[in-house]
Design a protein around this ligand. Sequence first.
Ligand code: NIG
Ligand code: FE
Length: 417
Amino acid sequence: MRALAVVNCRQLVTLAGPARPRVREELKQLAIVRDGALLIRDGSIEQTGARADLERKIGPEYDMVDAGGRVVMPGFVDAHTHPVFAGNRVDEYEQRAGGATYEQIAAAGGGIRSTVRKTRAASEDELFDSAQRRSEWFLRTGTTMIEAKSGYGLSLESELKMLRTIRRLNEAGPLQYVPTFLGAHEVPDEYRGRTDEYAQIVMNEMLPKVAQEKLAEYCDVFCEPEIFDASAATRILSAARRWGLGIRIHADQLSRSGGGEVAAAVGATTADHLEHIDEAGIQALHSAGVQPVALPGSVYALGLKQFAPARSMIDTGLAIVLATDFNPGSSPTPSIPFVLSLAGTHMHMTPAEAVTATTINAAYSVGRGARLGSLEPGKQADFVIHDCEDYREIAYFTGIEPAFETYIRGERVYSRQ
Ligand code: NIG
Ligand code: FE
């Protein structure tokens, strides 16, 4: 593979720094090089620096990319998505516009269960094709890797179908996927009122097969009193740990479910949503070294008011992550730039903090911190040229997509032209 030199970067946002998730003041330190250049060889970053210093190293073997005075930064890592599903839920969107709530629609058989019915009826090829079309949406918004959950199958066969689809999507590329098993996303129609029995199926039938076939790196549970309460979530996630999976959890989203404490008790990597977490819950996450993943896109799309308390998480020293929660119901956006905007307008996070939360911190939260999330020598060359002069514009202008070109392993995978 040839070498590549990216020059004329008005701001080269490297996020170079300690080899661990960033906390407190570190969240604001983006290690920006003005008029920077980026040298790449065999898909990895060889060197970064000021153009003046690197220019004489650029020999004839380098292909040149002129960034045109734009901003260059790492590809976004979206650490929480549900990208494989059939159909969509525009009808429910219309009902919510008329005043129905997400919970009312779910109780009447809609919500997650309506996507489950459609996803069960779809073939693996249909799921692959529709997700592959949507994968372009991520690349064009500057995302190069997504964590992807199952959870619209809710039977052994359909959960395996979803996870095999995610595996195929990752092999096909160019978007990169980290697979998570979410068999405990909801209680399916045929087990209504028999949550414990369904949890047994998840633990005794699904988990062993998922682990043996190495179809997932993480296991997740939707922890809510009406769905899987704290004790059911603890049982399922403890079983997943015994199978060697990492742990993530939908916690304290619609109510104070105690999911934060469950995350701490089972040694989760992340606790996600957390709109209703309190100070005690934040302290529990801190003591156990759990990364919070805030998902403001779902608060926005459900028309709610209460966002995750990002400031107190940061003040406590948590290594915060922001993600889209892309899914057909509660968060139909794949756009991290939109999430950066919501973080600024509703969570009092600065653009720098939000960028750290969607790059290096997000990469650590999916077990890829040593390879992704910053532009440093030896790391994979996943980067984006954004069509602006100052990285803060990405969080400021909304309704436009700033990505100009997206690269994965030094290969261009999206171009606006
Ligand atoms: O993260 N909270 C549960 N799961 C998704 C919603 C998925 C759906 O509505 O289809 C979420 O918001
Ligand atoms: Fe989710």
